[in-house]
Design a protein around this ligand. Structure first.
Ligand code: FAD
Length: 313
């Protein structure tokens, strides 16, 4: 990395320190490209928010999400990647090297790997924003401990909702999973574990219409979507796991993306701008796993390496 005041010039700049970004950094570092990773606000990405990951190969008994992130980071750094606690705000792809403006200044990058991942989708009901941190949460690992011997509600029907609901049974006296449909998307093993767990209860075909505001969360308003019947539910906590939306606003009008905001890539992880690659959940509306995100990151870095080699040949 050449450094001129606040402006740094790098061969490979990686945006994001989740599985995709850190895998990309490992591959780019082993290609001796001295990549720089900008961590963003969440070192380790979403994976670091979950207490255990049981489906990443090589860990027969599972591995802590934060621990896996640390291992990814250490391995990338061992081979020469630099991890900077910095966040990108603006990109300029009108000329090369590309310019990325960050909290700390400005980077010039010969190639860019975008692995900015995704963020939790909010329910969008009255009281949700006001009660966040007062009972409403999007992270069981971060906040579960505060609900020791208390009643909590989890909303969602996918793997994340079930994994996090099961995790919350360690602390809470009861965990009620509320889902708007009759069927769940979560995998069969998770569903079985949850249904057999003595602390778990289920309310189906029901949506939350309001988190009643106050000093702390006490009451949710519910509506049965089949009967239209409205009710209230007393709870100390509400954990929301209803999906994610990609962190790609910065690239609007600059890179091709789907209607939902996922960056469009071809099978070489190339975006619509040469030398700019995207990997992981920022570009993946389908798989959304640690292993698939890391795989896309590795592929992006291999392709960036070929791109730079071809340029210097
Ligand atoms: C609660 C929960 C449980 C999960 N459990 C599992 C599981 O058991 N197994 C599994 O395989 N998957 C699991 N997942 C999914 C898995 O965590 C994700 O698929 C994976 O983390 C996606 O990796 P990523 O690198 O694409 O993005 P993310 O992990 O979302 O990382 C994005 C990174 O980009 C950074 N960033 C964002 N904006 C900027 C910016 N402007 N500048 C710089 N950096 C930026 C963020 O700080 C972060 O470091 C779980 C997810 C959640 C939320």
């Amino acid at each position: 990395m050449s450094n001129n005041g606040n402006e740094k010039h790098v061969k490979v700049l990686v945006l994001g320190s989740g599985p995709a970004g850190l895998a990309a950094a490992l591959y780019a570092a082993r290609a001796e490209l001295a990549p720089v990773v900008l961590t963003g606000m969440q070192l380790g990405g979403q994976a670091a928010l979950t207490h255990v990951i049981e489906n990443y190969p090589g860990f027969p008994k599972g591995v802590g999400g934060a621990e896996l992130g640390e291992l990814f980071q250490k391995q990338a750094e061992y081979f020469g990647a630099k991890v900077e606690f910095d966040t990108a705000h603006e990109v300029d792809f009108s000329q090369r090297p590309y310019i990325v403006k960050t909290d700390s200044g400005e980077y010039k990058a010969d190639t860019l790997i975008i692995s900015t991942g995704a963020n939790s989708i909010h329910l969008g009901v009255p009281g949700e924003v006001e009660m966040t941190g007062r009972g409403v949460s999007y992270c069981a690992t971060c906040d579960g401990w505060f609900f020791k011997n208390k009643k909590v509600v989890v909303v969602g029907g996918g793997d994340s909702a079930f994994e996090e609901a099961l995790f919350l049974t360690r602390y809470a006296s009861s965990v009620t999973l509320i889902h708007r449909r009759e069927e769940f998307r979560a995998g069969a093993i998770l569903q079985r574990r949850a249904k057999e767990h003595p602390k778990m209860n289920f309310i189906l075909n029901t949506v939350i219409t309001e988190a009643v505001t106050g000093d702390k969360l006490e009451t949710l308003k519910l509506k049965n979507v089949k009967t239209g019947e409205e009710s209230t539910f007393e709870t100390d906590g509400l954990f929301i796991f209803i999906g994610h939306s990609p962190n790609t606003d910065m690239f609007k009008g600059k890179l091709e993306m789907s209607d939902l905001g996922y960056l469009k890539v071809n099978d070489k992880m190339e975006t619509s701008v040469p030398g700019v690659y995207a990997a992981g959940e920022a570009a993946d509306p389908h798989f959304k796993q640690v292993i698939t995100s890391a795989g896309m990151g590795a592929a992006a870095a291999i392709q960036a390496t070929h791109f730079l080699e071809a340029e210097s040949a």
